[in-house]
Design a protein around this ligand. Sequence first.
Ligand SMILES: *[C@@H]1O[C@H](CO)[C@@H](O)[C@H](O)[C@H]1NC(C)=O
Ligand SMILES: *[C@@H]1O[C@H](CO)[C@@H](O)[C@H](O)[C@H]1NC(C)=O
Ligand SMILES: *[C@@H]1O[C@H](CO)[C@@H](O)[C@H](O)[C@H]1NC(C)=O
Ligand SMILES: *[C@@H]1O[C@H](CO)[C@@H](O)[C@H](O)[C@H]1NC(C)=O
Ligand SMILES: *[C@@H]1O[C@H](CO)[C@@H](O)[C@H](O)[C@H]1NC(C)=O
Ligand SMILES: *[C@@H]1O[C@H](CO)[C@@H](O)[C@H](O)[C@H]1NC(C)=O
Ligand SMILES: *[C@@H]1O[C@H](CO)[C@@H](O)[C@H](O)[C@H]1NC(C)=O
Ligand SMILES: *[C@@H]1O[C@H](CO)[C@@H](O)[C@H](O)[C@H]1NC(C)=O
Length: 573
Amino acid sequence: MSRWLTFLYIILLCGRSKSWSAREVIHQLNHDQRLQLNIYLDCNDVELQIGQEVANLLVNSTEEQKKLLGRFSSHSLIIACFKNSTRNRTLNGVKELLWGLQYLPMLFVVESNMDSYFQQALSQGFLHVLALNLSNGSLYTYKPYPKVEIHKIEDMKKFYKLTKLRNLQGQVVRTSVETMTPRCFRYRNRNGELVYAGYMYRMVKEFIEKYNGTEEHVFDEVDTIPYKEGLKALINGEIDMMPRIIHDLEWCYFYRSHILYNIKTYIMVPWAEPLPKSLYFIKPFRSTVWITIMVSFVYASIVIWWIRYRQLGNSSLSRSFMDVLELFFQLPVNKIWHFTMGTQQVISFIVLFIVGFMLTNLYTAQLSSYLTTGLFKSQINTFDDLFREKRRLLVESFDAEVLRNMTKSKIIQKEFQSIILVTSIEEVFKHRKSLNTSYAYEAYEDRIAFELSQQRYLRVPIFKTLEEVYDQRPVFVALRHGLPYVELFNNYLRRIYESGIWIKLQEDSFLEGIASGEISFRISQSREIKIFDKEFYFFAYILLGMGWCASTIAFLLERWRFKYSVANILQER
Ligand SMILES: *[C@@H]1O[C@H](CO)[C@@H](O)[C@H](O)[C@H]1NC(C)=O
Ligand SMILES: *[C@@H]1O[C@H](CO)[C@@H](O)[C@H](O)[C@H]1NC(C)=O
Ligand SMILES: *[C@@H]1O[C@H](CO)[C@@H](O)[C@H](O)[C@H]1NC(C)=O
Ligand SMILES: *[C@@H]1O[C@H](CO)[C@@H](O)[C@H](O)[C@H]1NC(C)=O
Ligand SMILES: *[C@@H]1O[C@H](CO)[C@@H](O)[C@H](O)[C@H]1NC(C)=O
Ligand SMILES: *[C@@H]1O[C@H](CO)[C@@H](O)[C@H](O)[C@H]1NC(C)=O
Ligand SMILES: *[C@@H]1O[C@H](CO)[C@@H](O)[C@H](O)[C@H]1NC(C)=O
Ligand SMILES: *[C@@H]1O[C@H](CO)[C@@H](O)[C@H](O)[C@H]1NC(C)=O
């Protein structure tokens, strides 16, 4: 009999659903998730029996909220008590308090219809929400997709399982698709189909596909969304994710995903112009060397002339000069410099021959190395070179504002202000993509690498990147405030990055750049060094021509003088 009674009792116990008290729920959550903080919002006049197992924080939504993020431990439980009259205010209070932490567990203590609470919670992006009916102790949670579905909770394990989001069930994810190579761009392939590409776009698309969302494009027609419009769309919740690198502006516009790394901004400048080839002849020695050589010519000629004069009584200056010239330039020596001619002659021979040997060999070695590498005007290597050469830095208006702010806060040199040329973003894109050497450009390193891959097969590049870092910004994905799957996305993003898929996607975007025609490899043009052409010999021939002219004049002069003197002699007779 007693057995029967026990059996009956058990059946009754199971039939009755479990009744929860707030204390019990809070305790269980604290224990299971090892929480460190309980935040009570608007619960001052509700009987909750606040326990002391973890730190408690009592907040009133009428007062302005400090943001929780970064100030408290994020191992927190939010307990919000809703009353009919102040319901929207309390919900707003939770949002204000948390900002980006909408994935924290929450307990709503409610007194009216559950449905609308969960609907509102979803629109704010709160996923791990429990709602407790205090009057009979029933506890509920919800599944968000495909539509809000309320589940009664008997066991906390069910709550963890239900609210673990793994499938978006076809939920629409709106992304912007604008042309921001190589992060996102579009093109028509050979079959005339519109293809979207770019590594950030592929990453977002992969997320949507993996978690069974539905991709939807906003600003489909727009090539580049103006910053202001993009921010407005984000704040209005028209865009869920933005596959582009966006400046970390104020919190109010968007919520940002995990930061993956800091990307650097560099400046690309045109490669130095090649020197006219006729100048190659004088370039092996600097001007001081040339002057030294000339001076030593004159000196040696005079000294040799003087020595001969002392020895022989007569000597010709021009003959000494010709001798020195022969020795210096290793021309075939038409006279016997021999020991029989005296020690002075031998010593001057040895000195001049050795110096001449070294000079001519140095010269030819230098000249041939220049002919191989080519000679260029001085390169721009630093920001200071850029200012000195007064290169125009082409920027669009937003970048100009960023630059202004940076110079104002003394992050970079203020001389940048004087070299920028502000124009529209389309104009900047056009000139930068076509590698127009009229300007210098700044861009994030990924884009610079993308644009400059066009000159991969050139022997002499068109542009070079300055090594100095111009700016640095964090890389993240801009997300709509109150996006419910932020946590899912962040985990995904981190895995993509840590597994190296991110780098793979970046490399793929290069291939897609080639397929789309965004990258068109340049072929070498006149900038390449053709060594032996007409121009190269100009200098030599001009020198030769000048020499001939001078000698003709000298000849005519001498001839005239001779005639004159002969005439004089004849007259005297
Ligand atoms: C509490 O009331 C709801 C309906 O208002 C009911 O569905 C639920 O079973 C009740 N829970 C308990 C423990 O009585
Ligand atoms: C919040 O503060 C206001 C005034 O500061 C007070 O009237 C109100 O009762 C408080 N609300 C709660 C839930 O304590
Ligand atoms: C609360 O917000 C919802 C939708 O956000 C709105 O329909 C409702 O009228 C608001 N209630 C009050 C009391 O403001
Ligand atoms: C809470 O439970 C009471 C008693 O069962 C019920 O009357 C009330 O409708 C429930 N409230 C909600 C929001 O479900
Ligand atoms: C709250 O409002 C709902 C209707 O929205 C109503 O059914 C319920 O009785 C109200 N509760 C209180 C305590 O006023
Ligand atoms: C993906 O979402 C659709 C709804 O759009 C649903 O019918 C389908 O079952 C989901 N697929 C998976 C694998 O969950
Ligand atoms: C530049 O500074 C001004 C004032 O400090 C600020 O309002 C503006 O948002 C800044 N602009 C950018 C692009 O950071
Ligand atoms: C480069 O820019 C200058 C100045 O805007 C322009 O005159 C020139 O046509 C451009 N060159 C090319 C190849 O687009």
